[in-house]
Ligand binder design. Structure first.
Ligand SMILES: [Zn+2]
Length: 497
């Protein structure tokens, strides 16, 4: 059922029009020179303290402005419920608007208005990792979870989007958005204004912010790590480790700009380690510890590799689902291989991680039910993807003296199609076979297991590397045994670059 609320704001509420007057000079948007048509036409003002208040302003709006609430992201469909719309205003005062929460659309009557500003508050009481939240005095939010935005037809044309975050004086703000400057507000000396200028819509949305009085920032090289002051008394070992990993990937896959890493308190100890990697930065949940466990190191390496092999906000939903194995499973494989090469995992650890992934794949109910969705289906793409990546890496080792799976990845990430429209199975296939010989084995493997999604035969996959797979039995974990033979393939896998 469609649920429509019609709101007319009358002169009774005129006092709230003081929120959005002319563009203030101590804010960045006043300094944007619009030499390009769509430069700086959209503007966000975010106020943070114990609350989160957001103003989204569009200059030169159409007669009827449609703005969109955040709907599905991070596996959650309740994001819009956490947003309260307070007012819509133009230069002459309040404007009439409607909210259709089923469709997630706000429509504002903007006839003859030079600009329109929608004011809303974001609920920070979420306990879920996807929801914006106030945690131990600090605010953390993934941008797609709270951003109200114009239609794609407007958004896609915009460049240089100014964002201003106002915080109390003693706060620190860290975001994947590019910071231009932070300075005291002229109008309120108790406030700091953090001014960002975001080059394009995808960087606007694919971002996170972390802000508060209890944050500590540590920078090593181009990596900035933010932790809660009370959580990590000594954040240096963690910062050094993250820098080493990012740096090792940079050497192989090309350097990237500044990287922001946010460490959040681990909230659920029963479900393993959790993180989320975006381009420009990543978020990890860790315990209050200084010595990193193996699982935490694998998590960090995995999220760090998403800086190169990240999820992009492409609109082709089918391509996203088809290539999830590549984004997640291959990322996991490259992560554990890199940790082995850097000496953080032993040869045995490396094999145990592969065997554990194989075992998890085999016991996952989603393996034989392709229509299943949810957590099992998501876990399947990790484990299945890791096995596919391993099999492809072995193909490289058997057919080339120098190329590895990383050779393919470096070439792939540099293609224009990888950036836009993003990965598709056809693109992966085209670029793979530019580096690997097309023979009956490689071709049939790709067609059967990647395109056709047939069930993987674990013994067959591992025997290609001269490894014998022993499935899990009773309380003995699954295992990979090195077969004794002359010049086994696994020795090439273990050889250091
Ligand atoms: Zn991932």
């Amino acid at each position: 059922m469609r649920f429509l609320i019609l709101i007319f704001i009358c002169s009774l509420c005129a006092c709230s029009s003081s929120v959005a007057k002319r563009l203030d000079d101590d804010i960045l948007v006043g300094g944007i020179e619009s030499e390009k048509k769509y430069k700086g036409l959209l503007w966000y003002n975010v106020s943070l303290d114990t609350e989160m208040r957001v103003g989204v302003r569009l200059l030169n709006p159409p007669p009827q402005t449609r703005l969109f609430l955040p709907m599905n992201w991070g596996g959650r469909s309740d994001l819009a419920e956490r947003i309260n719309i307070n007012a819509a205003e133009g230069p002459k005062g309040p404007l009439a608007f409607t909210i259709d929460r089923t469709e997630g659309v706000i429509e504002i009557d903007t006839r003859d208005a030079e600009w329109v500003q929608l004011q809303y508050t974001v609920n920070l009481n979420g306990t879920d990792r996807v929801h914006p939240q106030l945690e131990r005095g600090n605010i953390f939010a993934f941008v797609p979870s709270f951003l109200v935005r114009p239609s794609s037809s407007i958004l896609d044309k915009l460049i240089d989007i100014p964002i201003e975050i106002r915080t109390p004086k003693n706060w620190l703000v860290v975001s994947t958005w590019p910071l231009v400057h932070n300075k005291q507000s002229i109008t309120n000396t108790d406030e700091i204004i953090w001014s960002y200028l975001v080059p394009n819509p995808s960087q606007l949305v694919d971002a996170f912010i972390n802000a508060g009085p209890q944050l500590k920032k540590r920078t090593v090289g181009n990596v900035t790590i933010v932790t809660n002051i009370k959580q990590f008394e000594k954040s240096k070992p963690l910062a050094d480790f993250v820098f080493e990993i990012v740096n090792a990937f940079s050497k192989r896959f090309g350097s990237i700009g500044e990287t922001k890493v946010v460490v959040r308190p681990r909230r659920n100890h029963s479900e393993g380690y959790i993180g989320m990697g975006r381009r420009g930065g990543f978020v990890i949940e860790l315990d209050e510890l200084t010595d990193l466990e193996k699982e935490a190191k694998i998590l960090i390496a995995h999220e760090a590799f998403h800086l190169w092999n990240g999820h992009s906000l492409v609109s082709d939903v089918d391509a996203v689902a088809q290539t999830r194995w590549f984004k997640e499973g291959l990322t996991e494989y490259v992560a554990i291989k890199k940790l082995y090469q850097l000496g953080y995992l032993t040869r045995m650890d490396f094999l145990d991680e592969l065997a554990a992934g194989a075992s998890a794949y085999w016991s996952n109910p989603a393996r034989s039910k392709p229509t299943l969705t949810g957590e099992d289906a998501e876990a399947l793409s990790y484990d299945r993807g890791m096995l596919l990546a391993f099999a492809i890496d072995i193909m490289f080792l058997k057919t080339s003296s120098s190329a590895t799976i990383e050779t393919w990845l470096v070439a792939l990430t540099q293609t224009e199609e990888a950036k836009s429209p993003g990965y598709t199975t056809a693109l992966l296939q085209k670029s793979l076979f530019e580096h690997i010989p097309l023979n009956p084995y490689t071709e049939s493997f790709w067609q059967r297991f990647v395109v056709g999604k047939q069930t993987l035969n674990l013994r067959d996959i591992f025997v290609e590397a001269d490894l014998h797979y022993l499935p899990r039995r009773f309380n003995r974990a699954s295992k990979l045994i090195e077969l004794e033979k002359k010049d086994p393939i696994y020795e090439q896998l273990f050889s250091l670059p």
